[in-house]
Structures are given as structure tokens and as C-alpha cells.
Write a new protein. Structure first.
Length: 268
């Protein structure tokens, strides 16, 4: 059995918007998605990750149009963990994805490899798709970057694998040295690393998307070497997001057909 993969577009709003602006932005994006033929056919999939206080109304806005997710979760399903967010509750609300392992969580909140692994397991345990952020801290060659990302992936999946958990997985490749840099990573470098990850993993349940200063034209330059983009501040303007949506549509017909049989994830 063969299938043509979809283009995946994700947006994390981080902590940039207020409550009202978040809802206004989501309503504008939802209108774009509802009018898009590639969204209706399933050729493009979109996930939106807003701030926690807006999750309930955002889920209503995107009902049937896009997946909605959380920017973080706790590794236990429930209990006396003041200020944390239960993965069980996120799933009950209707969330489909959750962002895990972002460089900012490591840098500002001292998240460890073990905590990220526990969170990944908690996501799968509760039927959520992890958007697992990977990326090297300093500039290096393509093969080195692929190896670093695969080591991070092995670490992030360690707890889940011991527990017999698995599921859909979105890998967001974000080289930390390129985030917000004056000279972001080149399209050639991004494409080679993402293609290297896809080739090594060889699992149709795993999508590799690129984040980190992703903007217009990048998806076309990568020419099928990534499964999509994880957008940041560029997407804050609904018209800018529309341009990426149109660009993704132009990539759908050219995407290669992949086999869905004999899929096996290969450990590093």
C-alpha cells in the first residue's frame, strides 16, 4: 500500500499574544483553512499551539479544521502538582498535539533529558502526538547534526520504549544556534539534515518538519526534503500565514509517494 504524504504546518504562539488577539488571529486562520481546497482534501494538515488560557475557545474555533495543542505538559496524569498541566486533561479537552523539549524549556526552566523522556511517554500514554523539538547547540556539519538529533531522539523515547508506548510523532528540527540569528541556517543545510533524519528513521508515523526562522520560500527551496514547517513570529500576520499555506499547496502535487508497508524505526 502506498500513499502521498501531506504537508504539515504548525504554529506555536508562545507568549506573544494576549487573550483577545489570540482569538482574533485564530478566527482569521480558521477562515483561511476552511476555504483551502488542499486542507479539505487532506493534502495539508495544520496544528496550532496557543497559550494555555485560550485552549478551550481555540479548540472550538478550529473544530474539524486543524489540530490544537499545548506548549507543555506534566509527566504525571494527575496529582498534587501545583501549576502543572495534566496530559489527561489536555486529551479530555480535545487537544491532539503537545510541544515537548523546546530549547527555551531547557534553557529557561532547566528541563532535563529524563523529564523530556517522561513527558514524551506521558503524551503517548494519553493519546497525544508529541511535537518533539530537536537541534544542535552549535554549528557543525550535516552528518554531525543528524547524529546529535538522533541521540536526542533516542534519549527522548527511552522511557516510552521501555514502557512499550509508541504512536504518531512530529520531529521539529530547530538548530539552536540558528534561532533568531542574523545568519540563519541555509536551505541546503536544513534540507540535508532533515532528509538525513527521514532516511534514518524510515517510519511513516514520524514526520520531520523544520522550525527556526522559517518563512516564505523556504518550503519550496527544501523541495520535499521536509514534511513541513513549524512557524513562529512570521505567522503572526494572517496574510503571511496565507502565503505559506499557498506555498504548501504548490508542494503537495510534487510530493513523492511512500510505501506504508514494512515500516520500521531504526535506533541510532
Amino acid at each position: 500500500m502506498v500513499s502521498r504524504p501531506v504537508v504539515t504546518l504548525g504554529v506555536s504562539l508562545k507568549m506573544y499574544f494576549g487573550y483577545r488577539r489570540t482569538l482574533d488571529w485564530c478566527q482569521a486562520i480558521a477562515a483561511q483553512l476552511a476555504a483551502n481546497a488542499d486542507m479539505r482534501s487532506g493534502a495539508i494538515e495544520v496544528f496550532i499551539i496557543p497559550s494555555y488560557p485560550t485552549l478551550a475557545p481555540v479548540l472550538e474555533i478550529f473544530d474539524g479544521l486543524a489540530q490544537v495543542g499545548a506548549q507543555n505538559l506534566f509527566w504525571e496524569d494527575e496529582g498534587a502538582y501545583t501549576g502543572e498541566v495534566s496530559p489527561k486533561m489536555l486529551r479530555e479537552m480535545g487537544c491532539g498535539v503537545v510541544e515537548i523539549g523546546h530549547a527555551e524549556r531547557r534553557r529557561h526552566f532547566a528541563e532535563t533529558d529524563r523529564q523530556i523522556a517522561d513527558k514524551t511517554a506521558a503524551a503517548w500514554r494519553n493519546g497525544l502526538t508529541p511535537v518533539l523539538c530537536l537541534g544542535e547547540e552549535r554549528p557543525m556539519g550535516v552528518s554531525e547534526a543528524v547524529q546529535v538529533c538522533r541521540q536526542q531522539l533516542d534519549s527522548s523515547l527511552a522511557v516510552a520504549r521501555r514502557s512499550g508506548l509508541s504512536g504518531e510523532l512530529i520531529l521539529a528540527y530547530e538548530p539552536q544556534w540558528a534561532i533568531g540569528a542574523a545568519q540563519p541556517a541555509s536551505a541546503h543545510f536544513i534540507g540535508e539534515v532533515c532528509q538525513g533524519l527521514r532516511d534514518a528513521l524510515d517510519d511513516s508515523r514520524i514526520r520531520v518538519i523544520y522550525g527556526g526562522s522559517a518563512g516564505p520560500g523556504l518550503l519550496s527551496q527544501l523541495d520535499g526534503q521536509v514534511d513541513g514547517l513549524f512557524l513562529g513570529r512570521f505567522a503572526h500576520d494572517p496574510l503571511a500565514f496565507q502565503s505559506i499555506l499557498e506555498e504548501a499547496g504548490s508542494q503537495c502535487a510534487a510530493a513523492p509517494v511512500r510505501s506504508e508497508e514494512g515500516v520500521q524505526w531504526q535506533s541510532a
